[in-house]
Each structure stands twice: as C-alpha cells, then as structure tokens.
Design a binder for this molecule. Sequence first.
Ligand SMILES: [Ca+2]
Ligand SMILES: [Ca+2]
Ligand SMILES: [Ca+2]
Ligand SMILES: [Ca+2]
Length: 424
Amino acid sequence: MLHDSSLRIRWGATFLCAIGVQFASCQCSSDDATQPPPPPTSLAAPSILLTLTISQTEIDVLWLGNNLLLDIDFGVGEAFEVYRCQSAAPGSGCTPNVLVTTAPSDATYHDAGLTPGTEYCYHVVATWAFQGTSLRSQPSAVRCATTDAAPPPPPPPPPPPTSATLAFDTDRDGNDEVYVINVDGTGATRLTNDPGNDNEPTWSPDGMQIAFDSDRNGDSEIYVMAADGTNQTRRTTNAASDDRPDWSHDGMRITWEQTVDGSMIMVMNADGTNPVSVRTNAFFNSHPTWSPDGMRIAFSSDMQGAEEIYVMNADGTGAAQITSNGMQSNQPDWSPDGTRIAYTRFVGSNTEIYVMNADGTNQVNLTNNSAYDFDPVWSPDGSMIAFTSLRDGNREIYVMNADGSGQTRVTNNPARDTNPAWKP
Ligand SMILES: [Ca+2]
Ligand SMILES: [Ca+2]
Ligand SMILES: [Ca+2]
Ligand SMILES: [Ca+2]
C-alpha cells in the first residue's frame, strides 16, 4: 500500500503519546493539538483487479485494498482473505466459498495445483484489527479465470501388425530349432529339425531364405535354407565356431563372427565363397550388423575392456568406437534408414534395449525393468523393434514400437525363445 510517511510518523507518534509512551524529541501533553482519529467503523471492499491464467494448473489473482487512510492514520493497514470456488463448467461462474490464502497487504496470489481446463472464481475480503477493533469488508467483485486445457493424451500405440513374421530360435523341442511365428503369436512353425542346436536366424532381404548357425556337424557353421525350411545348405567348413550371421541388405554378402581364441568378424558371399576376415585380433569381436548401404559394419568388442559398440568400413578399416558406457554394450542392429543403431546395454543388474544415432550420440533407453532385455532387431520399415526379454520368467520374444511404447509379448512358452529376426 502507498504511504504518506510524514503523516504516518506524525499520527503514530501522536497515538503512542496518547497511550503513554514518551518520546525524547517531544513531550506528550493533553493539550497536544493533534489528536488520533477515531477507529473506523466500516471497511471498504477491496478491488480485485485481475485473474490471470498462467498454465494448466496455475492462476494469479491480483487485488488492491481501498482503505489507504487506515495505514496512514494507524500505521497498520488491512489484511486480505482470498476465497475460491470451482465452476461446474467454464463460463458458468460460482460463488467463492473456500479460503485459499490470507495476505498482509496488496498482493498477487499464485494459485497452483489446479485442475487443467477448469474455471475458478475468486473474491477478496479486507480485514482490519487494531486495539480491539476488528472489521471485515464486503467481498470484492467476483473474478473468474479458466486454466489451460491439458493436451489430449497421446493415442495408444497401434497394435503390432498381425501379418508380420519373425524368425527366432527355441529349445521347446529339446534342442534349439529355428521357428517362424506371426507377431500376434499365431502360426509358430518349426523350420529345422535335427539334434544339433540351430540358432540366430537372419533373413535374406527378399524374404526367400534364412541364414542361421548350427552345430549339427560338430562345431558351429553357417547354413542357409529356404524360408519354408527346405534346402538346408552349409556355407562354412572350418574347425572354428561360426555364429551370428547377418545378411547384407543387397543380398550379396553375409557377415558373421568366427571364434577360435578371440572372435573375428568375417564376410563372405551369400553362396559361401570368398570368406574374408575383416576384423582379427585377440579380442571378442561379436554381433556384426550391416549398415543398409553395405558400406559399414557395426559390431561389439571388448578390446578396451568392457564390450562397446564399434563401426568400421566393411573391409575392416577405419574402426571407430561409438559407445563409451564402461559396461557391457553389445548386440548392435542398424536401423533400415541407416540413421540409428539399437543395442543391448548392461545397466545396474540387468540389460536394457537402447537406440542411438549411428555415430553413438543421443542414446535413448527403450526398456526399463529388472529383467534382462536383449537381442534388439528393427522391423523392415523401422517402426518397431523385436527383442528377447526374461520379464515373464523365461526367455520370450517381444515387439515394441521404435520409441519403446507398446511392448507386447509374441511367444508364450516355458522354453527358451530368443534371437528374433524380422521377415523383410
Ligand atoms: Ca536342432
Ligand atoms: Ca565352423
Ligand atoms: Ca531390463
Ligand atoms: Ca519362452
């Protein structure tokens, strides 16, 4: 409130003299020409100036007291009570009946924690109390404001397309076999049937063939079969363990991991000719995945201690480390548009699916639970990611939207279901 300080000091000193307080600079006397004013008998209602919508949950209320002379004459001004009500609907108004704050002076009351899209109305009552005199004003005029509406909830994620097909491996028949299944969980069909372990399928880009690894002949080798499981043909012949094939997007080549002491990254023609080691050292180089243009291969390696993701040219030159998480980061899978890489990362006590830009920036966590989540693979259109999770007590295949929403179980079987691969 505005003050006339000279008046206030004068009246204040006079009043204190009147109740017996002596001042060094003045003498109180009964014949002092200046007398205190009589206490007021009524109080003017304050003016409510503005109710202002601040956000979905906040309204500011501004008011002004109308009793300036109280402050001037008595050194104490009025206080204020702010009342609120909630309208049934915006524009319908209401009578404020809930005291939401008391304030010692003209002020702005910041009302928070409100419901979005709701009208609230306010009035303010002035009060004054001094030396046994208590007064209340009539309420101010009522002012209303409506909080901003909440944004509409995001639409629910679309259900996975029922026509999409995943290959995966499972030991539901006693040893690992390659199966296909529709993403809605129907149509599980076994493609391999042998006593060895048949694992880690990858599709040819035309969807006509599946490459996989199998130890049916002793050590693990790369095989190729037709998409219906017929014509199973061995593509590697060596004493090392040959695993985790990934078919190039032009259909011409297959990269895989070959383990003797360390693990090498290998590339061969899809017919098995011309196998070449493109990454050879004593470390564990694993999970090669083609960039869509076939120019580069991402893989994981423990050459710096913990497994991290690396990208190199398809001939093995120019390897660059793109993650530095300090804990196991592996199983990269390159998105169909080439811009992103999904991978598995150890976090705390289990693993989660992450995606990042192909240069390692902008890492985003997609799964977040206490179970192991791993084996991420992009759908052909890049809109979804299939993966394996232990969240239901055993390994099951799941799919989710590429932003992590809509996580949906595909398999439902007490066996170990892993290594999904999306049919092109
Ligand atoms: Ca088998
Ligand atoms: Ca072999
Ligand atoms: Ca997890
Ligand atoms: Ca299972």
